[in-house]
Design a protein around this ligand. Structure first.
Ligand SMILES: NC(=O)c1ccc[n+]([C@@H]2O[C@H](COP(=O)([O-])OP(=O)(O)OC[C@H]3O[C@@H](n4cnc5c(N)ncnc54)[C@H](O)[C@@H]3O)[C@@H](O)[C@H]2O)c1
Length: 457
């Protein structure tokens, strides 16, 4: 395939050399004449293992050239990658000036091109950038997105130091697009890269790199904080983390990675507190571990605020224990939510098939009696009456008996804390605690979108 690459820095240079290795013909574009000259001489613009050999080989085969002239590169290629820098602004926002300049140049060049053109954003950009790039190209070219050209998001996952190796062995190939032809082209382009090809929504793809990098940073500081506590105790932290990583069920696994409600129960809150206090006793600073509690409290506050925002007073709570299939109320986060709503004068009805007040014993009973001593006035074992009498239904666990709720009560406000449904087609108002709308019903999706309108930045 004929490919142009805008930006011959770290990512652009590696991309150019590796795509040429895969047999594609690449034209690099950069405003820096020195980088253009280097590429035209078969030399890399960066230092990285294996890159010099790849550039030389591609040059010898006539597979890489470079230019400062955008129009030439666009005219001769079917896909243009944008891999210019996206530095931070003074205030910490993303500076997208280079991206938008390139979009303008590609748009300008497309005025004179009849064939369909694919623009692939490989730089790290925040959600919404793809759409803006499309608008700039439409404006400059006078052409129409998804008729004459399209813009896909194809974030780069390489790490400096092992970037050539990473290019050929990425964790996955991710493409965000709303265009079938572009999907086909990119599948073909990457067919020799041995990684799962994931095609998704544009904004999901744009979000991924930030989620990945933030998580990687979190892993590093978490490992360091655990290490510092271990050091304070004279324990070998490497042995600890080695064993930590052996648990592929709960630790290194998709488990717990589902946006939803706060954690609770008899273990996590207690053990978090104990480790935090131990660190304090050792005079070891653990700001990340300490902030976990606050983040969890915020999630309960989010639930309370979401319920209040609906402007209705009759609230049905479906599930009171800390997780489905148990009657354990100790540190159940929904108990805190109920406590706050009662304090604000809400009319609360609670249903939980596992919680029998007369059968509660020990610390379980002590906990709930201390929090909500008159609980018996709100709890019933009649799911139907709770649903009928409440205007807002709050689903707090994934009990199967809640699965038909939307069909049985088609006009309620439903607040889902646990992603009980993957997608809903609902006449009433549905809102997920950490995902907003998954309603395919156009009127309701529009209503939720209005509610979530944020200030543009
Ligand atoms: N470096 C990494 O490890 C890495 C990994 C993954 C993703 N990324 C992301 O990829 C993007 C590029 O990163 P990088 O490290 O390659 O940046 P870089 O600064 O090394 O290279 C950017 C290049 O773009 C060129 N450029 C600027 N304006 C241009 C224009 N109008 N036309 C053509 N070229 C222009 C610059 O001269 C420079 O050569 C960033 O968004 C970055 O966050 C970087």
């Amino acid at each position: 395939m004929n490919i142009s690459i805008f930006g011959l820095g770290y990512v652009g240079c590696v991309g150019a050399a590796c795509l040429a290795k895969l047999g594609h013909k690449v034209i690099g574009v950069d405003v820096n004449e020195n980088k253009v000259r280097l590429m035209n001489e078969g030399k890399p613009t960066i230092i990285e293992e294996g890159i010099a050999e790849l550039c030389q080989e591609a040059h010898d085969k006539g597979l890489i050239t470079a230019t400062t002239v955008a129009a030439k590169a666009v005219a001769q290629t079917e896909i243009s990658f944008i891999v210019v820098g996206t530095p931070s602004s003074k205030e910490g926002h993303l500076n997208l000036d280079y991206i938008y300049t390139v979009a303008g140049r590609i748009g300008h060049a497309l005025q004179h091109k009849d064939e369909f053109h694919i623009v692939a954003i490989r730089s790290t950009v925040l959600p919404g950038t793809n759409q803006k790039v499309g608008e700039i190209i439409e404006q400059k070219s006078g052409k129409k997105r998804n008729v004459d050209f399209t813009v896909v998001s194809n974030p780069e996952f390489l790490r400096e130091g092992t970037s050539v190796e990473d290019y050929f062995n990425p964790p996955l190939t991710l493409v965000g697009t709303d265009n079938k032809l572009a999907e086909q082209k990119l599948r073909e382009l990457y067919k020799d890269i041995h990684a799962e090809f994931v095609c998704t929504d544009i904004k999901v793809a744009e979000m991924m790199k930030y989620v990945n990098n933030t998580y990687h940073a979190l892993k590093i500081v978490f490992g360091n904080e655990v290490g510092n506590i271990c050091k304070g105790l004279g324990i070998d932290s490497h042995k600890v983390m080695e064993i930590f990583c052996k648990d592929k069920q709960l630790n290194i696994s998709p488990y717990y990675f589902k946006p939803g409600f706060a954690y609770g129960g008899s273990c996590l809150p207690k053990d978090m507190k104990a480790l935090k206090t131990l660190a304090r006793d050792l005079y070891v600073d653990v700001p990340v571990i300490e902030s976990i509690y606050q983040s969890n409290e915020n999630q309960k506050k989010n639930a309370v605020e979401t319920i209040i925002s609906k402007g209705k007073r009759k609230v049905g709570i479906l599930g009171l224990s800390f997780k489905a299939g148990t009657d354990d109320l100790r540190c159940s986060p929904i108990v805190d939510v109920v406590e706050q709503l009662l304090g604000k004068g809400f009319e609360i009805r609670i249903y939980d098939k596992n919680v029998r007040l007369s059968e509660l014993t020990g610390t379980n009973k002590d906990f709930i009696m201390a929090k909500i001593p008159h609980l018996q006035h709100f709890v019933t074992d009649d799911l139907h009456s709770v649903c009928q009498e409440s205007d807002v239904l709050v689903v707090t666990n994934k009990e199967k008996e809640f699965a038909n709720l939307l069909a049985d009560y088609p006009q309620k406000v439903v607040i889902d804390l646990v992603r009980q449904w993957k997608e809903v087609d609902y006449n009433g108002y549905y809102e997920g605690l950490s995902w907003g709308s998954i309603n395919t019903n156009p009127a309701q999706a529009e209503q939720v979108a209005q509610d979530f309108k944020r200030t543009e930045f």
